[in-house]
Design a protein around this ligand. Structure first.
Ligand SMILES: *[C@@H]1O[C@H](CO)[C@@H](O)[C@H](O)[C@H]1NC(C)=O
Ligand SMILES: *[C@@H]1O[C@H](CO)[C@@H](O)[C@H](O)[C@H]1NC(C)=O
Ligand SMILES: *[C@@H]1O[C@H](CO)[C@@H](O)[C@H](O)[C@H]1NC(C)=O
Ligand SMILES: *[C@@H]1O[C@H](CO)[C@@H](O)[C@H](O)[C@H]1NC(C)=O
Length: 173
């Protein structure tokens, strides 16, 4: 009996010490990036699935689903270096069209974080600054958690081009 208790305490202490040691090594990375988001054809990076019958996307229709593959740049300028792609889905998730459910992978294809990814997930309100959760990641962002903001800085209605500023605060090992 006494032996069992001792063994259990050692095991508990080991796990406790180990997880404590791991927690101390959490790093924080802060990044500001820009999504170049094109909603007009023929070179759209965001499309409704399935496409609307009359050719006009309606972002406010409850249940509407969109596929996205936006180039992500390090600078505001459209022509600046692409470091990642914002790939995923969003679904208009409020009955009145006031919010969107976002499932997005930031897939780094160049630069310092090439080969890693960050997973963004949650409810995006239609306000100036939107905040969504970071729920995971791969590569250097393994076990990531944090939050991300989106803010539209620029819109060209002719080309359907929006530039979104996105700030990510990510804790990871
Ligand atoms: C891209 O643009 C569409 C239409 O304006 C918008 O609904 C969507 O939230 C934007 N964001 C991303 C990350 O693609
Ligand atoms: C679409 O992309 C093609 C190939 O990159 C380019 O030649 C064309 O000018 C683009 N069209 C528009 C309207 O941006
Ligand atoms: C296309 O259909 C959508 C939804 O059914 C509607 O909101 C939109 O006004 C229509 N657009 C045109 C140009 O008829
Ligand atoms: C995002 O970061 C930029 C650059 O640091 C800053 O100017 C901007 O205010 C931040 N936006 C939000 C919503 O925090």
């Amino acid at each position: 009996m006494a032996n069992k208790i001792t063994l259990a305490s050692i095991l508990f202490l080991t796990i406790f010490t180990y997880s404590n040691a791991k927690l101390r090594h959490l790093k924080e990375t802060k990044l500001t990036v820009y999504y170049q988001n094109y909603s007009s054809r023929p070179n759209a990076t965001v499309i409704e699935i399935p496409g609307p019958a009359n050719g006009t996307e309606n972002y406010f229709k409850f249940g509407a689903m969109f596929s996205v593959d936006d180039p992500i740049t390090e600078e505001f300028d459209e022509g600046s270096a692409i470091i990642a792609r914002g790939r995923g889905l969003f679904v208009t998730s409020a009955l009145d069209g006031s919010s969107s459910h976002v499932m997005l992978s930031v897939v780094f294809i160049d630069g310092e974080h090439k080969g890693s990814s960050i997973e963004i997930y949650g409810n995006e309100q239609r306000s100036m600054v939107r905040e969504v959760a970071v729920v995971g990641g791969t590569g250097k962002f393994r076990l990531a958690r944090g939050y991300v903001t989106f803010e539209n800085l620029y819109f060209d209605p002719v080309r359907g081009h929006t530039i979104l500023q996105s700030n990510m605060t990510v804790l990871h090992y």
